[in-house]
Design a protein around this ligand. Structure first.
Ligand SMILES: [Zn+2]
Ligand SMILES: [Zn+2]
Length: 254
């Protein structure tokens, strides 16, 4: 399996996964041109993608979805409610496949189990997926860790988890009061300590990589997120197993 985070953070998110002949993006929140550029840095092309999956309708997750889908005639996997909410931004799509949030589905070499997360969008999803050899769990853009999130992320060999903000930096930072409340609320974003404790609960011997994702550029730093995981998370995670996703460049995970 190949995994690369093309971009992560409030300015744009896109995750590239491939196994065998199947490859896809989860979210495409940069411009189509920027996604093409970042794929080419990895010697990959958008033309060979099998699909784009959409987690939720926020602009930092869907900006490039419509243009890429039209340019390369790609199917877009999305829940019906998210599609309705995003239709104005996505515009015409050549091929839409509806995701039911409770029903697993298959794309080529991969099996996907979507799961609902708590976030200020109409029907936001996390994903656990496998190509039969490795399990990948993706939980970004969520305000709390629910039992459903824990169950779906458990056993992941690769855990991609939101480390959005340092609580003190958020509260002392420049955001207006209501935005601070939204971010730290149940339908907002995960703080470093909450995410680190969560990684502790899903740690197992075969956990290969932890990816710290969706870091705020205003209310967090890669060093603070990493330090929090190493201090508050499972002490058995080694530094070389941890990858910090970046907003400005692709990062290869596997
Ligand atoms: Zn986001
Ligand atoms: Zn969001």
């Amino acid at each position: 399996m190949e995994i690369a985070v093309l971009a992560s953070g409030s300015k744009g998110n896109a995750l590239y996964l491939a196994s065998g002949k199947t490859s896809f993006l989860i979210d495409a929140g940069l411009s189509a041109r920027e996604i093409e550029k970042r794929l080419s840095l990895l010697n990959r092309t958008a033309a060979s993608l099998s699909a784009i999956l959409v987690s939720h309708e926020h602009a930092d997750h869907i900006r490039g979805v419509g243009p890429l889908a039209r340019r390369y005639n790609l199917p877009v996997y999305i829940t019906e409610k998210t599609y309705v909410a995003a239709e104005g931004a996505l515009k015409h799509l050549p091929h839409v496949e509806y995701i039911d949030p409770d029903t697993p589905f298959e794309i080529g070499a991969f099996w996907f189990s979507p799961f609902l997360v708590s976030h200020d969008a109409v029907e936001p999803l996390g994903f656990s997926l496998t190509d039969g050899t490795l399990k990948v769990g993706i939980a970004t853009d969520l305000g709390v860790i629910t039992q459903l999130v824990r169950e779906n992320m458990r056993g992941s060999h690769i855990a991609i988890v939101e480390f959005n903000h340092d609580p003190d930096m958020l509260m002392d930072g420049p955001y207006p009061w209501d935005l601070k409340q939204r971010i730290k609320g149940r339908r907002g974003h995960l703080s470093n300590p909450t995410a680190a404790k969560f990684v502790e609960t899903i740690f197992h011997r075969d956990l290969e990589r932890v990816v710290l994702a969706h870091l705020s550029e205003t209310n967090n730093t890669p060093e603070m997120a990493l330090r929090c995981l190493m201090e508050k998370g499972p002490c058995r995670v080694a530094a070389e197993q941890v990858v910090v996703a970046r907003p400005d460049r692709p990062v290869q995970v596997l």
